[in-house]
Design a protein around this ligand. Structure first.
Ligand code: COA
Length: 261
């Protein structure tokens, strides 16, 4: 396992819980935390025992309260581009991970924290969660994919309202606009995330990975290109042992035993 400084990793029943661990700074993403996240993403991809990931923050107050403003305050334009590109690369790897990633948003998800949640495949929020992209209040714009992903998830009008006002919304409003999949009491957040992940992980793992890829890349393509990708991946899955097992199990009225092959 990588030697993390600002991240905790707990692996149980195939589910890795990754917790950003800087609670005294509301889990703000400094350069070290981004490096830890990059190492964690690689570790997840390379570790067969990990089938899915829950991403959360340590403590009851914050998921991630954004990029580290103390670090950002000293950057010049060239560092600014690099900071943004490094975070973008890591978040893109999360978005295209073949293993499902659920954000369990346990408090403030602001700026880079909101963008991190947006890069995950699903989002569950605790009742005290707050979301926002307050970058314009600091004289910058979201730099970890927020201007691209938020409108794809909630629509351009709602996204621009959040991006231009910089104001926070609560979990109920985030649910209403489709920014989160569900809202639960904080004490139940991790259990609910694990339950949802367990339901997902009963399904064929190769199919899950390709469903993520097709849905994510499909939104970035013309409908004709997306349909071509879908039919090709559908065809590819027809050649897998897991497809054979899934269909045989259905016909034999038993539970499928998938092998990720
Ligand atoms: N970067 C660096 N430090 C941060 C941070 C961030 N994004 N967000 C919070 N912190 C630090 C605070 O500086 C404070 O540190 P200190 O105790 O050493 O002074 C600590 O975390 C606790 O935060 P505090 O502001 O005292 O908590 P609060 O309950 O009064 O307010 C927030 C909570 C989330 C409203 C407030 O911290 C905030 O607005 N954070 C910045 C959010 C933001 O703009 N994010 C986008 C960055 S691009």
């Amino acid at each position: 396992m990588p030697d993390f400084q600002n991240l905790q990793l707990d692996l149980r029943d195939g589910i890795a819980t990754l917790s950003v661990n800087r609670p005294d700074k509301l889990n703000a993403l400094n350069a070290q935390t981004i490096r830890d996240l990059a190492a964690a993403v690689r570790h997840v991809a390379e570790t067969p025992e990990i089938q899915g990931v829950i991403l959360t923050g340590v403590g009851e107050k914050a998921f991630v309260a954004g990029a580290d403003i103390a670090e950002l305050s000293t950057m010049g334009p060239v560092d600014g581009v690099e900071v943004s590109r490094l975070g973008q690369r890591v978040f893109r790897e999360i978005e295209l991970s073949r293993k499902p990633v659920i954000a369990a948003v346990n408090g403030f998800a602001l700026g880079g924290g909101c963008e991190l949640a947006l890069a995950c495949h699903l989002r569950i929020a605790s009742e005290n969660a707050k979301f926002g992209l307050p970058e314009v209040k600091l004289g910058i714009i979201p730099g970890y994919g927020g201007t691209l992903r938020l409108p794809r998830i909630v629509g351009k009008g709602r996204a621009l309202e959040l991006i231009l006002t910089g104001e926070m919304i609560d979990a109920t409003e985030a649910h209403r606009i489709g920014l989160v999949n569900r809202v639960v009491p904080q004490a139940e957040l991790l259990d609910e995330a694990r339950k949802l992940m367990s339901t997902i992980l009963r399904n064929g793992p190769v199919a899950l990975g390709l469903a993520i890829e097709c849905t994510t890349r499909g939104l970035e393509m013309s409908i004709d290109d997306g349909l071509a990708l879908e039919s090709n991946l559908f065809g590819l899955l027809s050649a897998t042992e897991d497809m054979h097992e899934g269909m045989t199990a259905f016909l034999e009225k038993r539970k499928a035993e998938f092998k990720n092959k």
